[in-house]
Design a binder for this molecule. Structure first.
Ligand SMILES: [Zn+2]
Ligand SMILES: [Zn+2]
Length: 269
């Protein structure tokens, strides 16, 4: 049985991605400013909070989790899973602004846990959020299908690519085009391009080459995520990454981009 993955929003104005498998529905991040916005995003995918079995929090930046998500989870008793080293920050920054919350559950580094029919393997990625930033690999109970994702990450550390090996679907950040960023007057340019800020199109392409070179099978698709509105375009991101893959004889791997303000298509693997 396969996985269905639908990025509902992706970018600095909000992130949430539906991951469905064997009757289990996970929401990876739920970072929109309003409860209505979150419900609208779910309904655009034919889904509602009643259907969501759990929310996984990658890190504490407000485009990934905030009090709106906590309020929705409280109302529908949806458990929130986050890294245990994020619990303090989450309590102070998010929970303190909410009248209540649903169950909050923590996981540790590399602790594999099951939610319904989905096995979740969190792993740390370098990023400049307070606490810990996680990527996730999702597998079926039989481990025959693997989906791996990391939407906010800086320069890849040694070993990170191993988390993405043999995936059927890869979601990876391609935040900015390096030339567009260099031309930008924006003051946080240094942060975006730093080792812990965000992945560029070129970094994403090179990272994927390394993953593909070491993998025993090619992914059915790659989805580029968290594209900057100011320093990137979907066309530019796809062009750069496709060119790097083609240069390394991986040109037949389909490369897509996740949309910022609307659901992307549903990917089934
Ligand atoms: Zn983000
Ligand atoms: Zn972030």
């Amino acid at each position: 049985m396969g996985f269905h993955v639908t990025p509902l929003r992706s970018g600095s104005s909000g992130n949430l991605t539906l991951v469905e498998h064997a009757g289990t529905v996970l929401l990876v991040d739920a970072g929109l400013p309003s409860r209505r916005g979150l419900s609208t995003a779910l309904s655009e995918a034919g889904c509602g909070w009643d259907d969501v079995d759990a929310v996984l929090v990658s890190h504490l930046h407000s485009d990934h989790v905030n009090s709106s998500a906590v309020a929705c989870c409280a109302r529908y008793e949806v458990p929130i899973h986050l890294h245990r080293r994020n619990l303090d920050g989450f309590s102070r920054k998010v929970l303190s602004r909410c009248p209540g919350s649903g169950p909050v559950r923590t996981f540790a580094d590399d602790e594999t846990f099951s939610i319904g029919g989905i096995e979740v393997q969190p792993f740390r990625v370098p990023h400049d959020a307070r606490g810990v930033t996680c990527g996730f690999a999702f597998t079926s109970a039989t481990r025959d299908v693997r989906v791996s994702m990391a939407t906010d990450l800086g320069q890849n550390e040694n070993g990170l690519f191993e988390r993405f090996l043999d995936s059927d679907l890869i979601l990876i950040e391609a935040n900015y085009d390096e030339e567009m960023l260099n031309r930008s007057p924006r003051h946080d340019r240094g942060r975006v391009g730093s080792n812990v800020g965000h992945f560029s199109n070129t970094q994403a392409g090179k990272f994927l080459v390394r993953v593909l070179q070491e993998s025993r099978k090619a992914p059915q698709a790659v989805i580029l995520c968290h594209l900057s509105a100011d320093h990137n375009t979907p066309e530019q991101a796809r062009r750069t990454v496709r060119q790097i893959l083609t240069d390394h004889r991986f040109g037949d791997v389909p490369v897509h981009t996740a949309r910022r303000d609307a659901p992307s298509r549903k990917f089934t693997v």
